[in-house]
Design a protein. Structure first.
Length: 302
């Protein structure tokens, strides 16, 4: 069995940290997300329910990789991290998604010294493409070792040394985005005492843009970036969880707009109290205030 530290060293990332960080980044960017496993893709055809898929794990079952390739060709949008699906279930390099990602070559890099992981590469400046992202912007990320050779993919952003940072490739009716840096390197973390960095808006744009391409819109919109939001829709109700993720800063009179699959008739908070709101045919808009590390549940009924 290959030691886990060797796998991590090869891909300059810890898969579990990548999953958790990407989930937090997507929450912060207001991209609605669910977690899907290999069994669901193979046994339940889960990809048919989604427009956008994020993959960061280095080891992905070869059958699942084939399903992902076919799903993108049929119109899906794939976001892949630097290690995504580089190996299959028998710990051998996989080239199943090479053409999907628009890569000419993706050999496994040699193991790095243990002290260089996880994600200890110094974040370096990268610049985004004006045309695709709607304007110039920069962000900082730790460039993963360059184990890939771009093929037909378009370069959307580059590091200061000229290495590609983000690739985009049209494949069949869909497209794929390949990010050559760990998601964890985009942020200093989400601990209670960590302030939002100066390039937070650019990081949110990196995640929102593929979502917009896939036709996925935020289900919760707010004028406060401190709020974390979770939504679960039922047949005649939606359950909304809102939380202030800051340790010291309160959220004051923040505007919340929740997109719904029905016209709302009422909104109540976690204690059953009625909440004043504005109703539209497919949304409810209301205001909230939370102390640091506080939040509430809201029930929106049809």
């Amino acid at each position: 069995m290959t030691p886990i530290v060797e796998i991590n060293a090869r891909f300059f990332t810890y898969p579990l940290i990548e999953r958790a960080t990407l989930y937090a980044l997507l929450q912060n960017a207001r991209v609605p997300i669910e977690i899907v496993g290999e069994e669901e893709i193979l046994e339940d055809d889960a990809l048919s329910r989604y427009r956008l898929l994020f993959v960061v794990d280095p080891h992905v079952d070869s059958r699942v990789q084939t399903r992902i390739r076919d799903w993108v060709a049929g119109g899906g949008v794939l976001w892949a991290g630097p290690a995504a699906a580089a190996w299959h279930e028998f710990h051998e390099p996989s080239d199943i998604l090479l053409d999907t990602l628009g890569l000419a070559q993706r050999p496994a890099p040699p193991p790095l010294p243990r002290e260089t992981i996880p994600n200890s590469g110094a974040p370096v400046l990268a610049e985004g493409s004006n045309a695709f992202y709607g304007g110039p912007f920069t962000f900082r990320a730790a460039a993963a070792p360059p184990p890939f050779t771009p093929g037909a993919a378009e370069v959307l952003a580059s590091f200061a040394d000229g290495r590609p940072a983000i690739l985009r490739h049209r494949f069949g009716k869909g497209q794929a985005f390949f990010h050559a840096f760990p998601a964890a390197s985009l942020t200093d973390g989400y601990g209670r005492f960590i302030a939002e960095g100066p390039e937070a808006d650019a990081c949110r744009r990196l995640l929102r843009t593929p979502a917009e391409v896939a036709g996925v819109r935020p289900q919760v919109e707010s004028d406060s970036s401190d709020l974390l939001a979770f939504v679960r829709d039922g047949t005649d109700f939606s359950l909304v969880v809102l939380a202030n993720g800051q340790n010291e800063r309160p959220v004051q009179d923040a505007r919340i707009r929740v997109s719904l699959p029905f016209r709302p008739a009422s909104v109540t908070d976690g204690q059953g109290a009625a909440v004043a709101f504005e109703a539209d045919s497919d949304s409810a808009t209301f205001r909230v205030s939370f102390a640091p590390r506080w939040g509430s549940i809201y029930l929106i009924r049809r």
